[in-house]
Write a protein that binds this ligand. Structure first.
Ligand code: C2E
Ligand code: MG
Ligand code: MG
Length: 682
């Protein structure tokens, strides 16, 4: 190579060195710097004039500087220095003393001026920063994964665990080292393994991006047994590692237990542990076999409320608990037993013949009525049971239970508290319930009308008085008082009904008086229980007083049953009425159980011979009976009114028997009070 070619190369080389982004420094064997490019100036903060001729040690921390001298020494002794040709990461030191990371690669060259080393210094500050950030990010993500409450794991294609986080370790109860490599299926309850295997393999085959798989698995391969709600998804890690499954598991053992408990509480009665009504219906719908007949028994304890009141609810609860146990032990094992609430129990069980049901029901009633020893108290309860059959009495069990329940309320129940569902009784019951509903409204809206039926003296056909009778036209339907009055009484509406009539009668009497009409007494029927009320007379007199009416305008009719009630108040009221001049009629006489002698010492005034006796006058026996009643009434100085006279013949016979007064359709039908009293329309 000639000199000009060499100088060309030198200048090219020089330009290259100056253009390099890395710092390029040449030193001699003593470590003295011979060249220092622009990039090196930028890197170390020295101007080249400041370092050329100086030791390279100024460019590195002290510790490295010492090592550096050793390297060169060793190298020169013939040992291969670690750094030559390989390059390594070392810290560099700037002029201001600050350090920075750099990658140093060193080469050597033999020149005219001897052996020289060329160092290429690559600033690693940027890379280091990135790496640091990366490491930090990785740690952060690792921490997130590790600190998750959820179990996080990865499964390889053989369903072996390749990663588990701390929650997995804690939750599965095995060390990480034991879990890694273990087949996931081995951790699952035996019964679920095949299913889990199929599902997970399918997920593998489907690959990444396909829907997640949710599995509720009981983990039994580890201790303790836990229920984990897993969500698995397939994840393609890299070409090299292929697809893995990532699993997120939430320990729901406690939630499952809580849900089981909640389920139990929702379907069972807390006191007795029996099913509740809803749960019974549900169980039945699952168990029913077609073509099978089921007996449905509805038990109800009588007056259980009184036990609660008298002995307290705790004792009442104890009694119900024992009753439930007795039911359980008496009924067949396959019986569904529920406590729908209160003191009621429902039982449903299959029967071969519906005729067997009564025997079982009677046995259970007997068992329930056995005395209960509760602490120092020995209690007994009476029970009643309504019986119906599925599917005979209704297409669905809910209806049949309601049928059985309503059979408890049939008036003419069978003896021993057993009531069988039957359509006629059901109809009567439904009508009663219907009347109950509508009667309340009718009373509030004053839809009941008062009618008067006249009474006549039989000897000379003179008007002797009237009887007030209620009429109820509910829309277009007529409801007979014979039907609605007993219902009103059972609803406790008796007093209200009596007051209603009394007020209407008083009002009409006042109007009649104002119209200058002469008026005969009006007899008002008084309901059974009302007559014995303490305030009965007070109300009556205050009504008359307000209307300014004399007591002789009103009479009262009570049935024998009222008199049988020997309550002091009944007797007091009778005496008060006698004192105030209000006559008392004994209605429907002969149909009750009172004897004439019984009436002798009571302050009553009139006997109304019931219609059945008047009807019987055409027979010799019937005639004698009425004759006897009239004779004895005479002896006791009681007036007699014959009820229900429908023929002239009956009038004739009664006249011949000296019956003074008569009442009946033949003599006069009930008419609206205003018409009956001839009160002109306003
Ligand atoms: P009761 O007090 O014995 O009334 C007489 C019943 O016999 C009335 O029936 C009357 O319409 C009916 N009657 C009268 N003459 C004849 C007749 O010739 N033949 C027949 N077959 N029946 C006759 P009603 O009005 O249906 O009342 C039935 C029962 O309802 C009454 O029997 C009474 O116990 C009760 N009741 C009616 N209205 C009232 C009322 O305002 N208050 C109360 N507490 N009870 C009433
Ligand atoms: Mg009457
Ligand atoms: Mg009567």
């Amino acid at each position: 190579m000639n000199n000009s070619a060499k100088s060309n190369i030198d200048s090219l080389y020089g330009a290259l060195v100056e253009a390099a982004v890395d710092g390029i420094i040449t030193i001699d064997e003593q470590g003295i710097i011979h060249s220092f490019n622009q990039a090196a100036e930028k890197l170390f903060g020295y101007k080249r004039d400041e370092v050329i001729g100086q030791s390279v040690n100024a460019l590195m921390p002290r510790h490295y500087a010492e090592q550096h001298d050793e390297y060169i020494e060793n190298y020169l002794k013939g040992y291969k220095a670690k750094i030559i040709g390989i390059g390594r990461d070392v810290p560099g030191q700037r002029q201001d003393g600050s350090l920075f990371p750099m990658h140093l690669s060193v080469g050597e060259a033999l020149t005219d001026s001897g052996r020289m080393f060329i160092g290429v210094c690559h600033d690693l500050t940027g890379e280091k920063k990135l790496l640091l950030q990366l490491a930090r990010a990785e740690k952060r993500f690792k921490d997130i994964v590790q600190n998750q409450k959820e179990m996080i794991c990865r499964l390889d294609e053989h369903l072996r665990l390749s990663f588990v986080n701390q929650s997995s370790v804690d939750g599965l109860g095995s060390a990480e080292s034991e879990l890694i490599g273990k087949n996931f299926l081995d951790l699952i309850d035996e019964n679920q393994r095949a299913f889990a295997q199929r599902s997970l393999n399918a997920l593998f085959e489907a690959g990444e991006g396909v829907e997640e798989l949710g599995l509720l698995l009981n983990m039994s391969g580890t201790a303790p047994d836990r229920t984990i709600d897993w969500t698995f998804s397939a994840l393609k890690v890299s070409e090299e590692f292929g697809v893995e499954i990532q699993g997120y598991g939430l320990d729901v053992t406690d939630r499952e237990a809580a849900m089981e408990r909640a389920q139990y509480l929702m379907s069972h009665d807390q006191l007795t542990g029996l099913l509740n009504r809803q749960a019974l219906l549900h169980r039945f719908s699952k168990q029913t076999k077609r073509h099978e007949t089921y007996a449905v028994l509805y038990f109800d304890c009588n007056h259980f409320g009184l036990i609660n009141q008298k002995f307290g609810h705790d004792l009442g609860d104890q009694l119900l608990l024992i009753a439930a146990q007795r039911l359980n032990s008496t009924l067949p094992d396959n019986a569904l037993i529920a406590r729908p609430g209160g003191d009621d129990f429902i039982v449903v069980y299959p029967v071969e013949h519906s005729s067997d049901t009564a025997v079982m029901a009677a046995a259970v009633i007997e068992e329930l009525q056995e005395p209960y020893q509760l602490g120092e108290h020995l209690l007994t309860v009476r029970g009643r049971v309504g019986i119906a059959h599925y599917p005979h009495d209704g297409a669905d069990i809910d209806t049949v239970i309601r049928m059985a329940e309503s059979a408890i309320f049939y008036r003419d129940r069978l003896v021993d508290g057993l009531g069988f569902y039957n359509p006629q009784q059901q109809q009567t019951l439904m009508r009663t319930l219907d009347i109950e509903q509508r009667l309340r409204i009718a009373l509030d809206l004053a839809q009941l009308e008062v009618y008067l039926q006249p009474k006549f003296t039989l000897a000379d056909s003179k008007l002797a008085g009237y009887e007030a009778l209620l009429r109820w036209h509910d829309g277009t339907v007529f409801v007979s008082p014979g039907e609605f009055i007993p219902i009103a009484e059972s609803m406790g509406l008796g007093p209200e009904l009596d007051r209603y009539v009394l007020e209407h009668v008083c009002e009409a009497l006042v109007t009649a008086q104002k119209a200058g009409l002469s008026i005969k007494p009006i007899a008002i029927n008084i309901t059974m229980r009302h007559f014995g009320h303490a305030d009965f007379c007070d109300f009556l007199f205050s009504c008359l007083q307000k209307a300014n009416l004399t007591t002789t305008l009103i009479e009262l009719e009570i049935t024998e049953g009222v008199l049988m009630d020997r309550e002091d108040k009944t007797q007091d009221n009778l005496r008060t009425l006698r004192d105030r001049g209000i006559r008392v009629n004994i209605d429907d006489f002969g149909t009750g159980y009172s004897s004439l002698s019984y009436l002798a010492d009571l302050p009553v005034d009139v006997l109304k011979i019931d219609r059945v006796f008047v009807e019987g006058l055409n027979t010799a026996k019937g005639l004698r009976l009425v004759e006897g009643i009239i004779a004895m009434a005479d002896a006791m100085q009681l007036d007699v009114v014959a009820e229900g006279i429908e023929t002239q013949e009956q009038v004739n016979i009664l006249k011949s028997l000296d019956c003074r007064v008569g009442q009946g359709f033949f003599l006069g039908k009930p008419q609206p009070i205003m018409t009956a009293l001839n009160i002109p329309k306003p």
